[in-house]
Design a binder for this molecule. Structure first.
Ligand SMILES: CC(C)(COP(=O)(O)OP(=O)(O)OC[C@H]1O[C@@H](n2cnc3c(N)ncnc32)[C@H](O)[C@@H]1OP(=O)(O)O)[C@@H](O)C(=O)NCCC(=O)NCCS
Length: 175
């Protein structure tokens, strides 16, 4: 658990955060690919929501992005996003920052009227936020398997499935 005095503020990202977001993303993953993905999603205009975690001393220690996913088929009217990537500075990992970013992001998406969130991530981590690999079996696209998980933000969404989805173009290098 994070000590309350160390709990970061979770707030929307601003253009002034962009360099720090690239840095946190690259150091969290130990690779430039995900930082590039964030920049490309931003320049394509497909980011639906971004949040940053900022320490009390002003240091940006985490970031999360949700981008637009296009649906076709029975549930084509659903508003769908993809959670990726989420990054926490290595020295602040396993202290609750990632969980705080994910919970705040999902809450904001729910308030914005979004319907469904998809993630390709660790099957031990995302179920605690409500993500479900079984629900994702009703979502066909480039990803499948235990890591591909879905979260319905409203009860009625499940009845609108199945659906076929296409992720934003910058994801193609990960497919
Ligand atoms: C994954 C990540 C965002 C989680 O954020 P965090 O602040 O470290 O996580 P929290 O403190 O909120 O949650 C801790 C839990 O996450 C789990 N966890 C952390 N990283 C994990 C990983 N790579 N795989 C599986 N579980 C992980 C821990 O086991 C811990 O579980 P527990 O509470 O049951 O012990 C962060 O570790 C990170 O930036 N990792 C590198 C980049 C990455 O892999 N991003 C996710 C893929 S998009």
């Amino acid at each position: 658990m994070t000590h309350p005095a160390l709990e970061p503020e979770i707030r929307p990202a601003t253009p002034a955060d962009e360099a720090d977001i690239s840095l946190v993303t690259a150091t969290a993953f130990g690779d430039e690919a995900e930082a590039r993905l964030v920049r490309e999603l931003r320049s394509c205009g497909v980011l639906v929501l971004e949040r940053v975690a900022v320490d009390r001393d002003g240091r940006l220690v985490g970031h999360i992005a949700f981008s637009r996913v296009t649906g076709a088929g029975a549930g084509h009217r659903l508003s769908i996003t993809c959670l990726a990537p989420v990054s926490v500075s290595p020295d602040r990992q396993r202290g609750g920052v990632g969980s705080a970013l994910i919970r705040a992001g999902l809450e904001a998406l729910r308030e914005q009227g979004e319907d469904l969130v998809l993630v390709l991530g660790h099957p031990d981590y995302y179920p605690r936020f409500g993500f479900d690999a079984k629900l994702a079996q009703k979502v066909s696209g480039p990803y499948a398997g235990a890591a591909f998980q879905a979260l319905a933000l409203r009860d009625e969404v499940v009845a609108a499935l199945p659906i076929e989805v296409t992720f934003a173009t910058p994801f193609q290098v990960f497919e």
